[in-house]
Design a protein around this ligand. Structure first.
Ligand code: TMP
Length: 179
Protein backbone atom coordinates (compact mmCIF):
# COMPACT_ATOMS: atom_id res chain seq x y z
CA UNK A 1 0.00 0.00 0.00
CA UNK A 2 3.01 2.34 -0.06
CA UNK A 3 3.26 4.23 -3.38
CA UNK A 4 6.43 3.07 -5.15
CA UNK A 5 8.13 2.92 -8.55
CA UNK A 6 8.05 -0.87 -8.99
CA UNK A 7 6.12 -2.27 -11.97
CA UNK A 8 7.51 -5.77 -12.55
CA UNK A 9 10.57 -7.93 -12.11
CA UNK A 10 11.74 -8.70 -15.66
CA UNK A 11 14.92 -10.65 -14.78
CA UNK A 12 16.60 -11.76 -11.53
CA UNK A 13 18.64 -8.53 -11.54
CA UNK A 14 16.32 -6.18 -13.40
CA UNK A 15 13.11 -4.39 -12.55
CA UNK A 16 10.74 -2.42 -14.68
CA UNK A 17 9.94 0.82 -12.85
CA UNK A 18 8.09 4.10 -13.20
CA UNK A 19 10.46 6.91 -14.11
CA UNK A 20 11.13 9.22 -11.17
CA UNK A 21 13.40 12.14 -10.43
CA UNK A 22 15.35 10.90 -7.42
CA UNK A 23 15.26 13.25 -4.44
CA UNK A 24 18.91 13.56 -3.30
CA UNK A 25 18.27 12.27 0.21
CA UNK A 26 19.22 9.06 1.99
CA UNK A 27 16.35 8.45 4.38
CA UNK A 28 17.51 6.24 7.24
CA UNK A 29 15.17 4.55 9.72
CA UNK A 30 16.74 3.10 12.85
CA UNK A 31 15.15 0.62 15.28
CA UNK A 32 18.40 -0.03 17.15
CA UNK A 33 21.57 1.98 17.56
CA UNK A 34 24.39 0.95 15.19
CA UNK A 35 26.87 2.36 12.69
CA UNK A 36 27.19 6.12 12.45
CA UNK A 37 24.62 6.69 15.20
CA UNK A 38 26.87 4.89 17.72
CA UNK A 39 30.01 6.55 16.37
CA UNK A 40 28.52 10.06 16.50
CA UNK A 41 26.53 9.87 19.77
CA UNK A 42 28.24 7.19 21.87
CA UNK A 43 24.97 5.25 22.22
CA UNK A 44 25.65 1.55 22.86
CA UNK A 45 25.39 -0.86 19.91
CA UNK A 46 21.97 -2.49 19.76
CA UNK A 47 20.14 -0.04 22.04
CA UNK A 48 16.42 -0.17 21.18
CA UNK A 49 15.08 3.09 19.77
CA UNK A 50 11.43 3.57 20.52
CA UNK A 51 10.01 5.38 18.59
CA UNK A 52 12.25 4.56 15.63
CA UNK A 53 14.59 7.34 14.54
CA UNK A 54 14.12 8.81 11.05
CA UNK A 55 17.11 10.71 9.67
CA UNK A 56 17.86 12.56 6.43
CA UNK A 57 21.31 12.53 4.88
CA UNK A 58 22.33 14.54 1.82
CA UNK A 59 23.01 12.14 -1.06
CA UNK A 60 26.36 13.58 -2.09
CA UNK A 61 29.45 11.35 -1.99
CA UNK A 62 31.85 14.29 -2.49
CA UNK A 63 30.48 15.86 0.73
CA UNK A 64 30.42 12.51 2.58
CA UNK A 65 26.58 12.24 2.73
CA UNK A 66 26.22 14.62 5.73
CA UNK A 67 23.35 14.36 8.24
CA UNK A 68 20.84 17.17 7.65
CA UNK A 69 18.86 19.17 10.17
CA UNK A 70 15.30 20.31 9.39
CA UNK A 71 16.61 23.85 8.85
CA UNK A 72 19.33 22.63 6.45
CA UNK A 73 16.69 20.66 4.50
CA UNK A 74 14.67 23.89 4.18
CA UNK A 75 17.78 25.91 3.30
CA UNK A 76 18.78 23.52 0.51
CA UNK A 77 15.17 23.39 -0.79
CA UNK A 78 15.53 19.69 -1.54
CA UNK A 79 11.94 18.99 -0.54
CA UNK A 80 9.06 21.01 0.83
CA UNK A 81 8.02 20.65 4.49
CA UNK A 82 4.94 18.80 3.26
CA UNK A 83 7.05 16.38 1.20
CA UNK A 84 9.41 15.80 4.16
CA UNK A 85 6.41 14.99 6.37
CA UNK A 86 5.05 12.62 3.70
CA UNK A 87 8.45 10.92 3.24
CA UNK A 88 8.77 10.50 7.03
CA UNK A 89 5.33 8.85 7.23
CA UNK A 90 6.11 6.59 4.26
CA UNK A 91 9.50 5.60 5.73
CA UNK A 92 7.85 4.73 9.07
CA UNK A 93 5.18 2.71 7.26
CA UNK A 94 7.90 0.79 5.38
CA UNK A 95 9.58 0.17 8.73
CA UNK A 96 6.39 -1.21 10.30
CA UNK A 97 5.87 -3.70 7.47
CA UNK A 98 9.52 -4.60 6.92
CA UNK A 99 10.32 -5.05 10.64
CA UNK A 100 7.39 -7.43 11.01
CA UNK A 101 8.33 -9.27 7.80
CA UNK A 102 11.97 -9.76 8.90
CA UNK A 103 10.94 -10.70 12.46
CA UNK A 104 8.85 -13.49 10.93
CA UNK A 105 12.06 -14.57 9.14
CA UNK A 106 13.95 -14.65 12.47
CA UNK A 107 15.85 -11.49 11.52
CA UNK A 108 16.04 -8.16 13.39
CA UNK A 109 15.80 -5.11 11.13
CA UNK A 110 18.30 -2.84 12.89
CA UNK A 111 18.19 0.03 10.37
CA UNK A 112 17.86 0.70 6.67
CA UNK A 113 18.17 3.38 4.01
CA UNK A 114 15.47 4.37 1.55
CA UNK A 115 15.37 6.67 -1.44
CA UNK A 116 12.35 8.47 -2.80
CA UNK A 117 11.57 10.09 -6.14
CA UNK A 118 9.02 12.35 -7.77
CA UNK A 119 6.93 10.95 -10.60
CA UNK A 120 6.16 13.07 -13.65
CA UNK A 121 2.87 13.93 -11.91
CA UNK A 122 4.79 15.09 -8.83
CA UNK A 123 3.78 12.18 -6.59
CA UNK A 124 6.35 11.02 -4.03
CA UNK A 125 7.21 7.37 -4.71
CA UNK A 126 9.42 4.95 -2.81
CA UNK A 127 12.26 4.16 -5.23
CA UNK A 128 15.65 2.45 -5.66
CA UNK A 129 16.11 -0.87 -3.85
CA UNK A 130 15.97 -2.54 -0.43
CA UNK A 131 18.67 -5.18 0.06
CA UNK A 132 21.28 -6.33 2.59
CA UNK A 133 23.47 -3.58 1.08
CA UNK A 134 21.13 -0.92 2.40
CA UNK A 135 19.90 -2.54 5.64
CA UNK A 136 21.39 -3.82 8.87
CA UNK A 137 20.01 -7.31 9.53
CA UNK A 138 20.82 -9.43 12.57
CA UNK A 139 20.15 -13.16 12.76
CA UNK A 140 17.99 -13.73 15.85
CA UNK A 141 19.40 -17.27 16.16
CA UNK A 142 22.91 -15.93 16.90
CA UNK A 143 23.97 -14.00 19.99
CA UNK A 144 27.57 -13.48 18.91
CA UNK A 145 27.81 -9.81 17.80
CA UNK A 146 29.81 -10.70 14.68
CA UNK A 147 28.16 -14.00 13.69
CA UNK A 148 24.68 -12.44 13.81
CA UNK A 149 25.47 -9.87 11.08
CA UNK A 150 23.74 -10.71 7.76
CA UNK A 151 24.37 -7.50 5.81
CA UNK A 152 27.02 -5.26 4.24
CA UNK A 153 28.65 -4.73 7.66
CA UNK A 154 30.28 -8.13 7.03
CA UNK A 155 32.14 -6.42 4.17
CA UNK A 156 32.62 -3.08 5.98
CA UNK A 157 34.11 -4.83 9.02
CA UNK A 158 35.97 -7.46 6.95
CA UNK A 159 34.18 -10.33 8.72
CA UNK A 160 34.13 -12.73 5.73
CA UNK A 161 31.28 -15.13 4.80
CA UNK A 162 29.46 -12.32 3.00
CA UNK A 163 27.85 -14.49 0.32
CA UNK A 164 26.71 -17.04 2.93
CA UNK A 165 25.05 -14.27 4.93
CA UNK A 166 23.27 -12.81 1.88
CA UNK A 167 22.22 -16.33 0.81
CA UNK A 168 20.73 -16.95 4.26
CA UNK A 169 18.71 -13.72 4.01
CA UNK A 170 17.47 -14.75 0.55
CA UNK A 171 16.57 -18.26 1.77
CA UNK A 172 14.57 -16.90 4.70
CA UNK A 173 12.86 -14.22 2.60
CA UNK A 174 11.89 -16.70 -0.13
CA UNK A 175 10.71 -19.27 2.41
CA UNK A 176 8.52 -16.58 3.96
CA UNK A 177 7.17 -15.13 0.69
CA UNK A 178 6.34 -18.31 -1.17
CA UNK A 179 3.65 -20.40 0.50
P1 TMP B 1 24.98 4.44 8.94
O1 TMP B 1 24.83 3.86 10.31
O2 TMP B 1 26.35 4.21 8.33
O3 TMP B 1 24.58 5.88 8.90
O4 TMP B 1 23.98 3.65 7.99
C1 TMP B 1 22.61 3.57 8.28
C2 TMP B 1 21.93 2.62 7.30
O5 TMP B 1 21.98 3.16 5.99
C3 TMP B 1 22.59 1.25 7.20
O6 TMP B 1 21.57 0.27 7.10
C4 TMP B 1 23.39 1.28 5.92
C5 TMP B 1 22.61 2.25 5.08
N1 TMP B 1 23.46 3.05 4.21
C6 TMP B 1 23.34 2.91 2.82
O7 TMP B 1 22.54 2.12 2.33
N2 TMP B 1 24.13 3.67 2.03
C7 TMP B 1 25.03 4.57 2.51
O8 TMP B 1 25.72 5.25 1.75
C8 TMP B 1 25.14 4.70 3.96
C9 TMP B 1 26.12 5.66 4.57
C10 TMP B 1 24.33 3.92 4.74
Amino acid sequence: GIPNHFIAQVAPNQMHIRRVEIIPLEVVVRNRAAGSLCRQTGLPLGLELNPPLVEFYLKNDALGDPLLTGDRLRLLQIATDEEVAQITQMALAVNTHLSRFFAECGITLVDFKLEFGRSQRGEILLADEISPDSCRLWNQEETDPEKRILDKDRFRQDLGAIEEAYALVMQRVLAHSIP
